[in-house]
Design a protein around this ligand. Structure first.
Ligand code: FAD
Length: 461
């Protein structure tokens, strides 16, 4: 057994049942949503209180043991892989919704609350928490905060950081700090709240979060459109925005993904369609009707083969269920799937789609597309087999070309999945060296012994 003295101390902190050391258990926590990374931790702990987390971090800091925070392990950047071994600290037992405050429109939750569980409670109160990563059935709120996750609704409602008002964090030395609060406005010094949001578990463990809520929109309609040409679909997205309409969602699915989802779900998707756009408009009934009509006109003018409203809620739910199955459909399509996450300015979407087509033809890899078109956030997925060395070298080159194409168009390396292990080799292409230095220095101040999720985000970390 790994370091019995440490195991004993961890058991004293959280109890024997919440310390996992069996080979099979450790293997389970060696993976996340990526298909190319894995590394076994030496031990997994499942605390239930902030004080327990503080004691675990004090111990780890004193003994210089790496600690990798983990929610549900659904991230697609290698963020919760314990690449240096040591402790995986999993928050899934801290899953209480502590308060839903209707008068202040806030919810306070523990980090291990599953997003859909929160959504179900809020729906009963006619309240709405918009950030909607498509892993909502299993991802934790803590994980979404650490990744600053987004989803289809972010075109209109913004990403997680726009909803985090306050948090409690255990710093790497065990100190418990409270930042932000429960006010919508808060201009007190540097914005530490947003430093921790999106910090990928490298600066501390988030143990409590206060989120801003909004009332549920009164009305909603879904528009379904198909195109024979993917770049035309991309151009219409920019046109909708240029016309001053910001729909709640604009999602984009290519023919491969449509066929794959249909194969799995048999719900009658148009398997011959080159591209499917799913668009939601929400708000007051009058606004929804007027926006839906304008969007339908723009889709028809832009060359849609079919553009129509979903006839009822059931049809609308069927489309969104299909869309949220998109990643699972892609991930099961090959032994190794690299589901990328690049974002370009929305008016460059069709240029990016053209460029991806060129890269696919040149590399010989099929590149399939799904994404949050309204955000310019596309997930080009490349299929390969990690056992084939030659394929992997070619893959590396292809991914680099995809990122370079996005950056050349004014885009970014990651819209929502984060850097983790997956993209750290590319960080220097996207950021000024000085910016990386500032980040390293911040990490050094908060975590001088580099125990907190080490070896993530930048090289030699
Ligand atoms: C099918 C599928 C669809 C997805 N769709 C989307 C999408 O639409 N949009 C999107 O943004 N992402 C998406 N993702 C990625 C992923 O689900 C999100 O990043 C999610 O927020 C991760 O939550 P988690 O609980 O699984 O966190 P984990 O994967 O366990 O952890 C993610 C990161 O956060 C850190 N962390 C976890 N909890 C804490 C904590 N309490 N304190 C500090 N650090 C912590 C970890 O160390 C790690 O770096 C998808 C993933 C899958 C598999």
């Amino acid at each position: 057994m790994w370091r019995p003295d440490i195991i004993k101390q961890l058991e004293a902190i959280v109890g024997k049942d919440s310390v996992l050391t069996e080979k099979e258990d450790l293997a389970t926590y060696a993976y996340d949503g990526t298909t190319t990374w894995s590394h076994r931790p030496d031990v997994v702990v499942l605390p239930v209180t902030t004080l327990q987390i503080s004691s675990i971090l004090k111990l780890a800091n004193e003994k210089r043991i790496p600690v990798t925070p983990r929610g549900s392990g659904t991230n697609i950047s290698g963020g919760s892989i314990p690449i240096c071994g040591g402790i995986v600290l999993c928050t899934t037992k801290m899953n209480r919704v502590l308060e839903i405050n209707r008068a202040n429109l806030t919810a306070t939750v523990e980090p291990g609350v599953v997003l859909q569980d929160l959504n179900n409670l809020l729906a009963k109160e006619n309240l709405f928490y918009p950030p909607d990563p498509q892993s909502f059935l299993s991802c934790t709120v803590g994980g979404t905060v650490a990744e600053n996750s987004g989803g289809p609704l972010c075109i209109k409602y913004g990403v997680t950081k726009q909803y985090v008002l306050g948090m409690e964090v255990v710093l790497p030395d065990g100190y418990i700090i409270k930042i932000g609060g429960s006010t919508v406005k808060n201009r007190t010094g540097y914005d530490l709240l947003h430093l921790f949001t999106g910090s990928e578990g490298t600066l501390g463990i988030v143990t409590k979060i206060t989120l801003r809520l909004i009332p549920k929109p009164a009305a909603k309609r879904t528009i379904f459109a198909i195109f024979d040409d993917m770049t035309a679909a991309g151009a219409v997205v920019s046109k909708i925005l240029a016309n001053g309409i910001v729909p709640a969602k604009i999602e984009f699915v290519d023919n491969f993904v449509i066929r794959r989802i249909e194969e799995k779900m048999q719900i009658g998707l148009p398997v011959d369609a080159n591209t499917m756009l799913l668009i939601d408009v929400d708000g007051s009934l009058a606004a929804v009707e007027s926006e839906a009509k304008q969007i339908l006109d723009l889709l028809n003018e832009g060359g849609a083969k079919i553009a129509r409203l979903a006839k009822d809620d059931a049809e609308s739910m069927m489309y969104w269920k299909a869309r949220s199955a998109g990643f699972a459909a892609i991930y099961s399509a090959a032994r190794t799937v690299i589901a990328e996450d690049v974002t370009v300015p929305r008016d460059r979407l069709s240029d990016f789609i053209k460029k991806l087509d060129e890269i696919s033809k040149k590399s010989g890899f099929e590149i399939v597309l799904i994404g949050h078109a309204g955000d310019g956030n596309i997930h080009p997925s490349v299929f390969t087999d990690s056992r084939e060395k030659e394929d992997l070298e070619r893959l590396d080159q292809t991914l680099t070309e995809i990122f370079e194409a996005a950056l050349e168009l004014g885009g970014t390396l990651s819209g929502e999945h984060g850097i983790g292990l997956e993209k750290k080799r590319l960080l220097a292409k996207a950021l000024d060296p000085r910016a990386i230095d500032i980040m390293r220095n911040i990490k050094g101040i908060l975590d001088p012994n580099n125990i907190m999720n080490p070896n993530k985000i930048w090289e030699n970390s």
